[in-house]
Design a protein around this ligand. Structure first.
Ligand code: PGA
Length: 240
């Protein structure tokens, strides 16, 4: 069987220090041989990983729409590239919620990333209200169209239902299959990731769903044993 190229993105959010990172990355380096592991620690740790470990693909968790200037607290895509990142997450629901990133901002960030030579990991996802009212696909179509304005270049797309993020409420495999087949119709060759309460227990089943090319992992990526299992799920699901 041909091997599927699966991406395992770990998003540490605002967690982690050098001490924990040393312990965790040593453990995970052993497991990451086949999966495309993209590690997104806080920006403060990117160059530390680059300097102390080899062969780890790194990503930022967000970037500015701007190139440089008086934007206190922001980090440009070029600065992420400068310290060793090759990917950057944009449009995460926490940035949409807490920083009020609009779809236009997300598109501008994705464009800024591509310009700086980074591959954006563009996140979309519906609220619980949209999900329960059965309007998920309609909502995602608009979010997708608006978040991709001007985007020309390679990117990854992560479908992350907001109600599944950090809640322990994963979307059902049927839901994931349904949404991913819709997304595949829109984007024939873009790697499609699922995110939202991915765990050591459910990763293997999610990675086996049609049109799922990887997972974006938050909480479980801070647990050494659990994330080792997730990396291994991906490896195992490639071996048939
Ligand atoms: P979670 O987070 O795995 O903790 O639900 C996913 C994410 O925020 O990308």
């Amino acid at each position: 069987m041909t091997q599927k190229n699966q991406y395992i993105v770990s998003n540490w959010k605002m967690n982690g220090t050098k001490k924990f990172l040393d312990e965790a990355v040593h453990a995970w380096q052993q497991s990451a041989s086949k999966a495309n592991w993209i590690f997104c620690p806080p920006a403060t740790l990117i160059s530390y990983v680059k300097d102390h470990f080899s062969g780890i693909t790194l990503g930022g968790q967000d970037c500015s729409t701007k190139v440089s200037g008086a934007f206190t607290g922001e980090i440009s895509a070029a600065q992420l590239a400068d310290v060793g990142a090759t990917y950057v997450i944009v449009g995460h629901s926490e940035c949409r919620q807490y920083h009020h990133d609009t779809n236009a901002d997300v598109a501008a960030k994705a464009n800024a990333a591509l310009k700086a030579g980074l591959t954006p990991i563009i996140c979309i996802g519906e609220s619980e209200e949209t999900y329960t009212s059965g309007e998920t696909l309609l909502f995602l179509k608009q979010q997708l169209n608006e978040s991709l304005v001007g985007v020309q270049g390679d990117f990854l797309l992560a479908y992350e239902p907001i109600w599944a993020i950090g809640t322990g409420k994963t979307a059902t495999l049927d839901d994931i299959k349904h949404v991913h087949s819709f997304l595949r119709d829109q984007l024939s060759v873009v790697p499609l990731l699922y995110g939202g309460s991915v765990s050591a227990e459910n990763a293997r089943a999610i990675l086996a769903v049609e049109n799922v090319d990887g997972v974006l992992v938050g909480g479980a990526s801070l647990k050494i044993v659990d994330f080792t299992a997730i990396l291994k799920s991906s490896k195992d699901s490639n071996e048939c």
